[in-house]
Design a protein around this ligand. Structure first.
Ligand code: ADP
Ligand code: MG
Length: 561
């Protein structure tokens, strides 16, 4: 083993010129070379590529690397071919190649010259390609950006769904899947879809200790942002907006205010887009105002701030986008503006989507609201979302958020938590937050009726308080680990071990939540519910039927009567 270790370091130096491995790279590579299936969860910039590039270079045969974006593939291939001691050992196979080029790629594989073959999933699926791969020596298969497999990820690509059966047809070789998305739901999805539930999992911390997180209510947002940027004259930053129109308007507004800003979105002419991106990278522009189209594969180390003019649609996107700040380890200020009305707009947008997409979208938005309104350490909240327990007092970067540096006033809600735990326990741990809240505030709904929840003594016990109060209780109980969300039936609240102890009176605890903060949702929420009901009267009926079916299936699966 130790001889092998020394050897791997030598290969690292030889091919990449690095003297030490980053994080768990070495163990990952050793295990892959020993024929194990591997699952790597590592934040962006963690050094995932090397985990398959190095073993590919030193193995016999060709490693197939599945990667979603043709542009990213090309960068990677150029990088490998630019390594000092090797050239021409990495190739691309995708729809951008003509017949002659494709044949050249196949010849290089047959001759054993190709060590790394980057393939788009839609190319890998082609039947004659599969037949070809069957007859050549494949060392292993790497699936980069593996979250593309999951609808719960931020970048779902249906072509990724079939990879497992294709790989099985091609060869019986180890598979390494890699992603910077680590929510437990996505992780579970990836492992199941790829048949990798027995894989060795390597997960690195997603904590970005040098980033400062702040959420402000979206009031006077233009003025606030101009002021914020002017206090950081000459520094690099990104402002994210959801719509293209907003991007253009706001870039102009910044320019008018003497800020060197440029717009970026997918609707701009290709030339303009590339030029603007280059100007930002070359520091000819300080600020880029962009939609989410900006950032994939962009590695500018000294971005000092990321501002969200609009809150993103998921915490995953929030993490990825804020993660573009401070990549050099220096200052990285993440400032987001939150308005519950924005969330409602997104909810309405989702109402037009097919039911599964809508359900997923709503859950993701729910998490966003939870994060935006939380009174706890934002770092703790995000890391919890990634399945990581963070100590808000002693953890690295614990002081680096608005809630830690300026703590909100807290209210003791221990008794209310206890009642909620009892309710969940008595009703058999099978309801989602929304349904539980209906019971708590005594509001009849399709679900309360179908389970006859009106007849329980719990119905309406919390009607003195607003829905939002109870939403906060449920959310905070979840992030503080009294409750847990079932991964499989995402959203169903169950009682955690810690919660069980509280129920049995075996755990002394206090449960604190923030007193109403500036984001008062009550009024806007009620209004928008009405609008939505009017708009979707007929739609709701259909959805309701579909939901009922879905619930029946879930109930059957878990043996719930
Ligand atoms: P990821 O895919 O996880 O986002 P990359 O594979 O693109 O990350 O690597 C990020 C950066 O880290 C690259 O510039 C890469 O050259 C560098 N890197 C990777 N491994 C090492 C190492 N062992 N030592 C030094 N730098 C490394
Ligand atoms: Mg990568």
């Amino acid at each position: 083993m130790s001889a092998k270790k020394a050897n791997l370091s030598g290969e690292l130096k030889k091919y990449f010129g690095f003297s030490t491995f980053k994080g768990q790279q070495e163990e990952i590579i050793e295990n892959l070379l020993n024929g194990k299936d591997i699952f790597v969860l590592m934040p962006t910039g963690g050094g995932k590529s090397l985990c398959y590039q190095l073993p590919a270079l030193i193995s016999e045969g060709t490693a197939i690397v599945v990667s979603p974006l043709i542009a990213l593939m090309k960068n990677q291939v150029d990088a490998v071919n630019g390594l000092s001691s090797e050239s021409g050992v990495a190739h691309v196979l995708n729809s951008s190649l003509n017949k002659t080029q494709t044949k050249q790629v196949f010849d290089d594989i047959t001759s054993g010259r190709t060590k790394l073959l980057y393939v788009a999933p839609e190319s890998l699926i082609k039947e004659d390609y599969v037949d070809f791969f069957k007859d050549v020596k494949i060392s292993f298969v790497a699936i980069d950006e593996a979250h593309c497999i999951s609808e719960w990820g931020h970048d779902f690509r249906p072509e990724y769904r079939n990879l497992k059966s294709i790989i099985d047809k091609i060869a019986d070789v180890p598979v390494i899947a890699l992603t910077a998305t680590a929510t437990p739901k996505v992780q579970d999805d990836i492992q199941k879809t790829l048949g990798m539930t027995n894989a060795l999992v390597f997960k690195e911390s997603f904590n970005r200790a040098n980033l400062y997180y702040e959420v402000r209510p979206k009031v006077n947002v233009d003025r606030e942002i101009v002021k914020f940027i002017n206090e950081r004259k000459g520094k690099s930053g990104i402002v994210y907006c959801l719509s293209r129109r907003k991007v253009e308007e706001f870039a102009q507004l910044l320019q008018v205010n003497g800020i060197n800003a440029l717009p970026y979105h997918a609707g701009l002419d290709q030339k303009v887009r590339v030029a603007n991106q280059d100007k930002f990278l070359m520091e000819d522009a300080d600020v880029i105002v962009a939609t989410i189209a900006f950032g994939m594969g962009i590695d500018k180390p000294d971005v000092r701030f990321v501002i969200h003019y609009d809150f993103p649609k998921s915490l995953e996107s929030y993490y990825q986008e804020t993660g573009r700040a401070g990549r050099d380890g220096g200052e990285g200020y993440c400032l987001s503006f939150y308005d519950p009305k924005d969330i409602e707009k997104l909810e309405k947008f989702l109402a037009q989507k097919p039911v599964s997409e809508r359900e997923i979208g709503l859950q993701l938005l729910n998490e966003v609201v939870g994060y935006a309104e939380t009174s706890m350490s934002r770092r703790q909240y995000i890391l919890y979302y990634f399945g990581e327990i963070f100590d808000p007092i002693t953890g690295e970067g614990a002081k680096m958020c608005d809630n830690a540096s300026n703590p909100p006033k807290l209210k003791d809600a221990t008794e209310d938590l206890k009642k909620v735990l009892e309710l969940i326990s008595v009703t058999g741990e099978k309801f989602k937050s929304k349904d539980l809240i209906s019971v708590i505030v005594g509001k009849e709904s399709a679900v309360t009726k179908s389970y006859k929840l009106e007849q329980t003594s719990f119905f309406g016990f919390g009607k003195e308080d607003k829905d939002n109060y109870w939403k906060t209780i449920l959310r905070q109980a979840t992030v503080q680990n009294f409750l847990q969300k079932d991964i499989e039936t995402y959203g169903v609240l169950k009682i955690s071990e810690k919660g069980q102890l509280v129920l049995k009176g075996e755990l002394e605890h206090s449960f604190l939540i923030a007193e109403d903060r500036e984001f008062d949702l009550s009024q806007t929420k009620a209004e928008s519910d009405q609008v939505q009901m009017q708009a979707n009267g007929s739609l709701d009926q259909k959805l309701f039927e579909q939901l009922k079916d879905l619930r029946k299936k879930v109930a059957k699966k878990y043996g719930i009567p």
